[in-house]
Design a protein around this ligand. Structure first.
Ligand code: L34
Length: 296
């Protein structure tokens, strides 16, 4: 069994990007600038956005955090997005999800300029991704593809079972794994809450990508020997013995399942850190494209 070490690989990627930024600075070019919009004070969102901003600082990007109260109206948020769209100093930005329930998420995602949409959530980017055109790939699925690539995990012709059809993980990763290319070329089954007899699928899977959000859901009896496990679950479970008062638990019963797996991602330290690294990669890409477009 080999651990797919997202912490280690994400640090490598960040070092690679930092080297690029260094070169940009030597050439006196503008460095990439990422903005993140955070509405409300959800604890997990604060942690994730905080990590994103810190990562920017570490690798030499500029960053802007737009922190808005939970009471922000949809109209106010759309105005902020318009300001970021037209701010030529900002190369890319994200609106951290989930949003408060009084705000229409679809409207918000549609308002983001697709050229600055480093989350890859705008339908223009999502559609391009499905059609194998160049686009921004959503950071979490992109991070999974990058992990599989850097560990040379064979995906071609393999049966990949995805658990969960969310717009930010399950749906896009099912598309990416079935696309032509490497990683890719997989035979994909997308399972979800209405799937009957899930075990019949997971037991037949060469690769399982679980993005469900139910702690320790996937047990050893549900998988075959040699399976590749990608655990995207990150649920906070109350734990008085830790400093923060909680610990993070994945969808996979790591203790049991790791004994049967050929490769497995840990939680924490697996897909989470990769998400942040790939967001930075997309921001670098946004900067490069911007430069080509307006030749500045
Ligand atoms: N717009 N919303 C937008 N873009 C995204 O790409 C996200 N996501 C998801 C939630 N909402 C979003 C993230 O950034 C999930 N996500 C994310 C980012 C980072 C980590 C986990 C999820 C992460 O760093 N996880 C660490 C543990 C962090 C902790 O202590 O809580 C890990 O090792 O898994």
């Amino acid at each position: 069994m080999e651990i797919l070490d997202g912490k280690k690989i994400s640090n490598q990627i960040k070092d690679e990007i930092a080297a690029e930024v260094s070169k940009m600075k030597t050439r006196r070019e503008k460095v990439p600038h990422l903005a993140a919009v955070l509405v409300g004070d959800d604890g997990a969102s604060l942690t994730y956005v905080g990590s994103k901003v810190r990562a920017c600082e570490r690798i030499g990007f500029e960053s802007t955090l737009v922190k808005l109260p939970a009471s922000t109206t949809e109209e106010e948020l759309l105005k902020e997005i318009e300001a970021l769209n037209s701010n030529t100093d900002i190369d890319g930005f994200i609106v951290q999800l989930p949003l408060p329930s009084h705000i229409d998420e679809q409207k918000v995602l549609l308002a983001v300029d697709p050229d600055k949409d480093v989350d890859g959530f705008h339908p223009a980017n999502f559609g391009k991704m499905a059609l194998e055109m160049e686009s921004f790939i959503p950071a979490t699925p992109y991070g999974i593809m990058e992990l599989l690539d850097r560990y040379n995990v064979e995906t071609s012709g393999k049966h990949t079972v995805v658990i969960g059809r969310s717009h930010i993980v399950g749906r896009p990763i099912s598309i990416l794994m079935s696309r032509k290319g490497n990683p890719g070329n997989s035979t994909v089954t997308l399972t979800h809450s209405r799937t009957q007899n899930l075990e019949a699928f997971t037991k037949n899977a060469d690769i399982i990508i679980s993005a469900l959000g139910v702690p320790n859901f996937l047990k050893a009896g549900m998988v075959k020997d040699g399976v590749v496990i990608i655990d995207v679950g990150i649920t906070r479970v109350a734990d008085d013995t830790t400093k923060k008062g909680y610990r993070i638990v994945g969808d996979v019963d790591f203790e049991e399942v790791s004994k049967k797996a050929s490769y497995i991602t840990p939680v924490p330290g697996g897909v989470g850190p990769m998400t942040i690294a790939m967001l930075l990669k997309n921001t670098l890409l946004a900067r490069t494209r911007q430069k080509v477009r307006i030749n500045k």
